[in-house]
Design a protein around this ligand. Structure first.
Ligand code: PLP
Length: 368
């Protein structure tokens, strides 16, 4: 059997006709840059998340950058980010001229540890970016309490947490702003780049709109130096179609995660314990194993593709090691970088495939 890490083609085949019709509309109306399909998606997504404003843009990285700019992060400020995340979380901070300050994660949910945020605060700290990593919400009550105590803005990085919930409320509704990515492999993925910023404040929303379009709210009137961060009309059209399926696709991911949990019982590996107050959407299904790289290549030999999220902690990655990071500084993230393995999970995966992956993993772990 062959189990790919993701299968975007299988998903496209389910919705091909609807997507083609929506793309046709874009072509017939020439709504290529922004346009009606993007506006419709913005409305639908704001309603889905439960926030007043949704501003669609070109990527998740752009969304984080726009959110930080609108909340006033500037040259010389510090922004606390988890050490275990995709580099874009930190890059957006750097794009503002600010400095990302890394904090270790909690080994139970692999998200930023609220206690470590407090320890990283200085007089320059302006904001914190909790990341709802792998599809599971960070501990928002604790994080918001620390942020309030130190007067920090909170930007949620929801690139991996579409439709995830914390204590019955969707991720993306807790912070001052939320940034989503619609990169093709995310739980809600475009057919190219895409992202969105969600806020409730009208003034912030207006600033984000302007920053997205060359600092302008109307043609040839530039109130500030902005960016070209628009979403393509085609992406708005695809996302409008796919949003209707998100709930069903999410439910399927959760079923498959349960199937994995049952199939992997008793194996010498660590599974993320489910948090009862969190609705996990399983962007990734991660397991913690000893001798990860050997296990990974044994699985590859059996036709099972896996991934590593993330192999190098941000404080040790070449782009950021200049900030003074050293080995041993963030032990939880460092051991995750050595031991976490992401198994295939996507709505089109079958139960047979889950069983096969579990069987191969059993062999890989138990054959010395
Ligand atoms: C994918 C991702 C991003 C960046 O999104 P892009 O759309 O690729 O720019 C940011 N943060 C996290 C946690 C991500 O997984």
């Amino acid at each position: 059997m062959n189990v790919p890490f993701i299968d975007l083609k299988a998903q496209h085949h389910q919705i091909r006709d609807e997507v083609r019709a929506a793309l046709d509309e874009v072509m017939e109306t020439s709504g290529f840059a922004g346009g009606e399909k993007v506006r419709q998606f913005e409305q639908a997504f704001a309603q889905h998340v439960g926030r007043k404003h949704c501003i669609a843009c070109s990527s998740g990285t752009a969304a984080l950058h726009l959110a930080l700019m609108a909340l006033g992060v500037r040259l010389g400020d510090e922004v606390i980010v988890p050490d275990n995340t995709f580099i874009a979380t930190a890059e957006a901070v750097s794009h503002c001229g600010a400095v990302p300050v890394f904090a270790d994660i909690d080994g139970r949910d692999y998200c930023i540890d609220a206690g470590r945020i407090a320890a990283a605060v200085t007089a320059r700290t302006k904001a914190v970016i909790p990341v709802h990593l792998y599809g599971q919400s960070a501990e928002m009550d604790d994080i918001l309490a620390v942020a309030r105590q130190h007067g920090l803005k909170v930007i949620e990085d929801c690139a991996q947490s579409h439709a995830a919930e914390y204590k019955g409320r969707k991720t993306g509704t807790f912070g001052d702003a939320a940034a989503f990515s619609f990169y093709p492999t995310k739980n809600l993925g475009a057919y190219g780049g895409g992202g969105a910023v969600l806020v409730d404040d009208d003034t912030e929303a207006r600033t984000i709109h302007m920053l997205r379009e060359h600092g302008s709210a109307r043609k040839h009137h530039h109130e500030m130096v902005g960016y070209n961060y628009r979403m393509d009309g085609f992406q708005g059209a695809v996302l409008g179609v796919k949003l209707k399926y998100l709930a069903a696709w999410t439910e399927r991911r959760r079923q498959l995660a349960l199937a994995y949990r049952n199939a992997l019982e008793g194996l010498p590996l660590v599974l993320q314990p489910p948090k009862p107050h969190v609705h996990h959407v399983y962007h990734l299904y991660v397991v913690q194993v000893r001798d990860r790289d050997t296990v990974m290549s044994r699985l590859a030999e059996q036709g099972v593709a896996t991934g590593i999220h993330y192999p190098v902690p941000l404080h040790l990655t070449p782009a950021y090691v200049g900030l003074g990071g050293r080995k041993g500084q963030f032990p939880v993230t460092e051991s995750c970088a050595d031991e976490l393995l992401s198994l295939p999970i996507y709505p089109e995966l079958t139960e047979d495939m889950v069983d096969y992956v579990a069987q191969c993993l059993r062999k890989a772990l138990c054959s010395g």
